[in-house]
Design a binder for this molecule. Structure first.
Ligand SMILES: [Zn+2]
Length: 276
């Protein structure tokens, strides 16, 4: 069993080495065109973009999901008018789901414990968030962000090598936090796209976020499915009233805080959280 961080490190390493190999091949091309190096950079990232879903599938050891999840995704994708995605299951011990892929191939992956700890309604809400990422072209937005920021950095170093230490500080303090800032914005947008499209799922998205981000710390994953609505409600009250967000643009978080997400989602709630 691995933690999610181990997987991301493996993914970054695999991406780094594939970019290196593609880079060596592409740099051996010698065509006499002005600014050909720019075309070469584009070619390296473009080729990596094409093979990146294969790297994801291999690194996370994804298997095709069972019929019931596949049918659910097919139905949801149709509703969202998104080109059908392949759906995978990851057999490891963390609660997570993500959308990945490129224009040609779209994939959504769910970990087995996440599948086991959510109700059907909650699973549909989480999958709607993932489909919203695809609908909003978020994998492309992230790739373009990372690509532009690294190009800016490379250009600065190339033209003003004498102050490269200064640019490294700029990179760490401004450019890199900008990547995480964009990531948090697209996460929020995916939540909102999903609930604006179907406000009925708002409650279920909130309860799945509470289970993933809060209750899973104290309740074993195989019991999470049986958590009562009153427990979800109390947990929500606690998170909203008793946790503090460390605000600031200079943050390396990929998602808005749980509190922030619950607060903006609450505005779209049709179905109240009160069952008492
Ligand atoms: Zn997301």
């Amino acid at each position: 069993m691995h933690s999610i961080t181990t997987y991301w490190w493996k993914y970054y390493l695999a991406s780094f080495f594939s970019i290196l190999v593609i880079g060596i091949v592409v740099s051996s091309l010698n065509i006499n065109l002005p600014y050909f190096f720019l075309i070469q950079i584009g070619l390296v990232f473009g080729l990596w973009y094409l093979i990146s879903p294969i790297i994801m599938i291999l690194v996370f050891k994804m298997r095709r999901a069972s019929q019931d999840i596949t049918l659910m995704v097919e139905e949801l994708s149709k509703k969202f008018n998104v080109k059908l995605s392949k759906i995978y299951i990851i057999n490891d011990n963390f609660l997570n789901a993500f959308a990945f892929g490129n224009i040609i191939f779209r994939g959504i992956a769910v970990t087995l414990p996440l599948y086991e700890s959510l109700t059907q309604e909650e699973l549909a809400a989480v999958l709607s968030h993932e489909i919203a990422h695809i609908k909003n072209y978020d994998p492309e937005v992230m790739l373009l962000t990372i690509f532009s920021i690294n190009s800016i950095y490379a250009a600065l170093i190339y033209y003003l090598p004498l102050v490269s230490l200064f640019f490294l500080i700029i990179y760490l303090v401004i450019l890199l936090p900008l990547v995480f800032y964009v990531h948090r914005k697209i996460e929020m947008r995916a939540d909102l796209t999903a609930v604006k499209f179907n406000p009925e799922i708002t409650y279920w998205l909130e309860s799945s976020l509470i289970k993933i981000g809060y209750l899973s710390r104290s309740i074993p994953t195989n019991m999470l499915r049986y958590v009562l609505p009153i427990q979800i409600l109390l947990a929500k009250e606690f998170i909203v009233n008793n946790t503090v967000d460390r605000k600031g643009v200079l943050s390396f978080r990929t998602h808005p805080s749980l509190r922030e997400r619950l607060l903006y989602l609450s505005q779209y709630e049709k179905q109240k959280m009160y069952y008492i």
